[in-house]
Unconditional design. Structure first.
Length: 429
């Protein structure tokens, strides 16, 4: 071969090798970009408070050593002082929304097409503890979902201002158009959710399922996991709905009045429910289809039922459970007892009631002892409850509190974010 020709062939060979490796380089870079592009959304120790000293992977596996370490850490005065965040902090930090969302690592885009095509609507009823609210919002936030926040009319002004400041940073998070003064066990608690339902229903035609929350709930599933579970329900609803226990009958048999912010039982018997609809017992928290919400807002039978419930005790425990068994309501079940659903079997909410705690060898116990502390006979979860919580199918659990056990929320939010990002790049966890 002539020297010139040989040089030419060598040049072409080098060129093609070069092009191939350039191509490979771009492919690899794109892949790492995608992974890196998600990695910056991972919660790291840099954005954790004093909880970052904990070993979350040990805690999630229920390891005694890791749990013991949590106990030692959380009793120190320094720790207790450092976990408090004043309401004013949120007002200051949200002056620059872009910075706030970056710093707090709010998801800036849907993590998958599947989630984008299945938006969720949330009603969040809040009255205090802004830090709990912000941690919860961050955990469930996705740009394709929509969030209505009801702040109690009698909340502290700094709480209302802080929550208003946070919501103003997101186009898809808004304050309810009509806030009410919530009364314990009274009708206004239901009205708060109803007002959010109406706002969410008219704000967007796209969302598929409705979930209501309070400030002390926290998710147990990623948004993708929720979307998949909800899609598999094929339009049915998931909430507690059972025969009314004998010791609760008085709550719906007598007329009640709200006097100075307290619900009082009168001696007047109530009339039967409209159309003699069978009343069922359940809880305040529901996971329901868009069609269910449409019925609540437009079905005249339900309108009459709502009016009938206004003077009962703790109507949130009965109203949703009853609507869930009305013929023709989308996603509902027949009123027959065979379709009764307990809180343990519904997806809506996992709660540990103090009187149901115990050991597995006792037939009266429903779940193991609370590892945190109790508020009004409900467990406020501790780090030691996490392993048990994550064994369940429920979408959300109640109660969590950043002030009494911040480690439980810290490890849970870190676990969920890591899982969501891993799902997004197609890794298995
Ligand atoms: C945390 O717990 C995991 C799981 O048991 C263990 O493998 C790891 O060594 C622990 N890490 C530290 C820093 O103790």
């Amino acid at each position: 071969m002539q020297p010139l020709k040989r040089g030419c062939v060598q040049f072409l060979l080098k060129l093609s090798v070069g092009l191939v490796s350039l191509g490979t380089f771009y492919l690899v870079r794109q892949r790492t970009d995608r992974t890196l592009g998600y990695r910056w959304l991972e919660y790291t120790e840099d954005d954790g408070g004093p909880e970052k000293a904990c070993n979350c992977s040990g805690i999630l596996q229920g390891e005694q050593e890791a749990l013991q370490q949590v106990k030692l850490l959380t009793i120190t005065r320094d720790f207790q002082k450092n976990i408090q965040i004043p309401d004013e902090y949120y007002i200051y930090e949200t002056q620059d929304c872009r910075k706030f969302k970056l710093k707090r690592k709010y998801l800036p885009f849907p993590l998958s097409k599947e989630e984008e095509d299945f938006p969720l609507a949330y009603s969040m009823v809040i009255h205090h503890k802004v830090q709990n609210f912000e941690r919860l919002l961050r955990a469930i936030y996705a740009p394709q979902n929509i969030y209505c926040v009801h702040v109690d009319k009698k909340a502290k002004p700094s709480v209302t201002a802080a929550i208003q400041a946070i919501t103003s940073c997101f186009p898809n998070v808004f304050l309810v158009s009509q806030a009410v003064e919530v009364v314990y066990a009274g009708w206004p608690r239901v009205q708060a959710d109803l007002n959010c339902m109406a706002d969410l229903y008219s704000a967007s035609k796209k969302w598929k399922y409705f979930i209501n929350l309070c400030g002390q709930d926290f998710p147990l599933k990623t948004n993708l996991e929720m979307v998949r579970m909800l899609r598999s329900m094929r339009g049915s609803n998931s909430l507690e709905s059972e025969t009314v226990p004998a010791d609760k009958k008085w709550r719906i048999s007598y007329v009640h009045e709200i006097i100075n912010g307290d619900v009082k039982t009168t001696k007047t018997l109530k009339n039967p429910a409209p159309f003699n609809l069978p009343i069922k017992s359940g809880g305040a928290y529901i996971v329901v289809s868009r069609g269910f919400v449409r019925s609540v807002l437009e079905d005249t039978r339900i309108e009459m039922l709502i009016n009938w419930f206004k003077d009962t005790y703790s109507p949130d425990e009965f109203l949703w459970a009853t609507i869930q068994r009305i013929p023709g309501v989308p996603g509902s079940k027949w009123p027959n007892r065979k379709y009764d659903q307990t809180d343990i079997n519904a997806l809506a909410r996992l709660v540990k009631w103090e009187n149901h705690e115990g050991s597995q060898d006792s037939e009266s116990a429903v779940y193991p002892k609370c590892q945190g502390n109790h508020v009004r006979a409900v467990c406020v979860y501790g780090a030691g409850d996490l392993q048990w919580l994550l064994e369940h199918l429920h979408l959300f659990a109640n109660k969590f509190d950043t002030e009494t056990d911040p480690v439980a929320i810290y490890c849970l939010e870190k676990y969920l974010r890591h899982k969501a990002l891993a799902e997004a790049v197609g890794e298995s966890v």
